[in-house]
Design a protein around this ligand. Sequence first.
Ligand SMILES: [Zn+2]
Ligand SMILES: [Zn+2]
Length: 155
Amino acid sequence: MNRIGRSSQNDFQIRHDSISRFHCEVEVKEHGMLVRDLDSSNGDFVGEEQIAKADLTGGQFLRLGDVRVEVQAAPEPPDPESLPKCVNHPDYPASMKCAQCGRLLCGPCIHILKLAGDRTHKLCPACSGHCEPLAGMNRHQKGLLGNLMGKLFKC
Ligand SMILES: [Zn+2]
Ligand SMILES: [Zn+2]
């Protein structure tokens, strides 16, 4: 559950006089979001209709007080088929990339080398180059709400 409101204690803060400290809460669902009013003073609207609770999908507009929010389509979850695969294990998704030879590798393939008093080195099993985690792994849930709550418009 994610809260939206004027207070910085919310997951998604909107600083505007017409927004209550805790205005509404949002449940991110597979194809959009469920919005529930938290007894806000100025209410939540979809179109002209004031709602206590509503399901929203991408392309709709939600109005919180005098602030309009465009709801974005939920980002597609990555297709497991399109994820890069480990060069040694075609069934495993790659999580690291060798900075030297560019090989894509899964966790178990990486050689971990820890020298006393030194940081851990993650080494490529083919060329002993340093491996870096692939970008785009471990995205945070709050990022998802940020993606869904698109542009803000003052009415
Ligand atoms: Zn390498
Ligand atoms: Zn592997």
